[in-house]
Design a protein around this ligand. Structure first.
Ligand code: CO
Length: 130
């Protein structure tokens, strides 16, 4: 189990990236428009993990988060080997993921989310790399 990435909601990815470059020496490793989630993302590699910046491109969960809470930390993602098996186990122990089955995330990966009520207000993402 590894921390795959930390998701941060921003108003404007282009305005947000220079902080990570100048203050921390991080570089953008991947950019993607994800129309299904009305969001565009940029990943900045930070050693073994990365920072995922999420900017809303339309009405949806990320736009709602931004309107309600402002920019800031949104989720912590953990890397798993077999997401389907992991989800089954979570259902068995009474911690069902929000999704019934893994869904397609950015970078072609399979993902699911665990409700923040299970983790002291933290939205947890599980991600299996493609
Ligand atoms: Co994420």
């Amino acid at each position: 189990m590894t921390v795959d990435h930390i998701g941060i909601v921003v108003k404007d990815i282009e305005a947000a990236v220079p902080f990570y470059q100048k203050a921390l020496g991080l570089e953008v490793s991947h950019r993607e428009d994800v129309p299904a989630y009305k969001v565009k993302v940029a990943f900045l590699q930070a050693g073994e993990t990365s920072i995922e910046l999420l900017e809303p491109t339309g009405d949806g969960g990320i736009a709602e988060f931004l309107a309600k809470r402002g920019p800031g930390m949104h989720h912590v993602a953990f890397g798993v080997k077999n997401i389907g098996e992991h989800m089954k186990r979570l259902v068995q122990i009474g911690l069902p993921p929000i999704e019934k089955a893994p869904r397609d995330g950015s970078r072609g990966h399979k993902v699911c989310f665990l409700h923040p009520k299970f983790a002291d207000g933290v939205l947890v993402e599980l991600v299996e790399h493609a």
